[in-house]
Write a protein that binds this ligand. Structure first.
Ligand code: NAD
Length: 323
């Protein structure tokens, strides 16, 4: 089988001045894509600006014989999103691939969450998907081809304390990915998401000391985590992103977790549940184990299939009642 390449394709990678985004940009460029390296160059909390990281990565790509242009607009505003996509059009004449990767963290307990801790996180992770993806989407629709790879997180899919802002945003990313997949289906556009695990400055902050400088874990746990973190090279996430961004990608609307070289799929399952035509509160209490039992769960591909499953249960029960 031949190597997968992106010759003639133009990719935008947001937040590509470091961490995961840099690796995604380097891999796509090494396989022939022309890349817009977008990054505002801020801190993990999204403070400050520095044009250096985006330009350094773009130069790194050019030094290796690839084609890249730096872009320092923020994903967090509609104007920024339009400008990022315009950079791709002006430099390379088209946009085929959008990797929505930019991210920040502003952790706090739910009761301590201020608007300053909430709004920038929603802006960078979820509102940005509208700001950057909509202008790119119009181009992809017109050309009948596109690949969107979003970045969600286990925090959004499974939850994590002190991250109500981030978890909400990342759950939104997962939901939007499903909708984009459906709306893109007739237009040659595929949209998928990754939930990465990688040793970047963001993960270090997540695992590190608490805000007031106290260690979050005991020494043994910290030593074990250091060993695990050592195997979490962000470059091992990028092959999953690049495959989902490739023309040969057969899937859409899916979420893949990737870290340390392992790839797996997250999905939303539905238990078989319990049905009673005159359901009472007590029925819920008395049948909770059955309601929660994961045996024979299904993975509906959309709300229509879920309703169809429900209607089948009702039909079977009414049939039994008349027998
Ligand atoms: N590292 C992990 O284990 C992990 C886990 C789950 C999800 N993620 C997600 O992966 C993505 C990449 O994170 P990372 O771990 O590489 O962290 P990182 O901090 O190294 O990279 C994030 C990049 O986004 C850039 N950025 C922030 N705000 C921006 C804005 N408004 N416009 C443009 N660029 C902006 C930052 O400057 C930074 O370079 C994020 O969406 C993050 O939430 C990471």
């Amino acid at each position: 089988m031949s190597d997968l390449r992106f010759d003639g394709r133009v990719a935008i990678v947001t937040g590509a001045g470091g961490g995961l985004g840099r690796q995604h940009a380097l891999l796509l460029a090494s396989r022939g894509a022309k890349v817009v390296v977008n990054d505002v160059g801020g801190s993990v909390a999204g403070e400050g600006r520095d044009a250096g990281p985006a330009e350094t990565v773009a130069q790194e790509i050019r030094d290796h014989g690839g084609e890249a242009v730096a872009d320092t607009h923020s994903v967090a505003t509609p104007d920024g999103g339009e400008a990022i996509v315009r950079t791709g059009l002006d430099a390379f004449g088209r946009v085929d691939i959008l990797v929505n990767n930019a991210g920040i963290l502003r952790d706090a307990l739910f009761e301590d969450l201020t608007l300053e801790l909430l709004e920038p996180v929603l802006d960078v992770h979820v509102n940005a998907l509208f700001h950057v993806t909509r202008p790119a989407w119009r181009i992809m629709r017109d050309q009948g081809y596109g690949r969107v790879v979003n970045t969600t997180s286990a925090v959004g899919l499974l939850g994590s304390p002190r991250k109500s802002n981030y978890g909400t945003a990342k759950a939104g990313v997962a939901g939007l990915t499903r909708v984009l997949a459906l709306e893109g289906a007739g237009h040659g556009i595929k949209a998928n998401a990754i939930a990465p695990i990688a040793a970047t400055r963001m993960l270090t902050q997540h695992l590190g000391d608490t805000a007031d400088g106290r260690p979050r874990h005991d020494a043994a746990t910290t030593a074990m985590m250091d060993a695990v973190v050592g195997s979490l090279d962000p470059a091992l996430v990028s092959p999953v992103v690049a495959f989902l961004a490739h023309e040969d990608c057969p899937v859409t609307g899916e979420i893949y977790t990737a870290g340390a070289g392992q790839v797996a799929r997250f999905f939303t399952g539905r238990t078989r549940g319990y049905h009673h035509p005159a359901l009472s509160m007590e029925d819920v209490r008395d049948h909770l184990a059955e309601i929660r039992d994961e045996t024979g769960y299904t993975v509906p591909d959309g709300p229509g299939e879920e309703i169809a499953q429900l209607l089948r249960v009702i039909a079977v029960q009414s049939q039994r009642a008349t027998e």
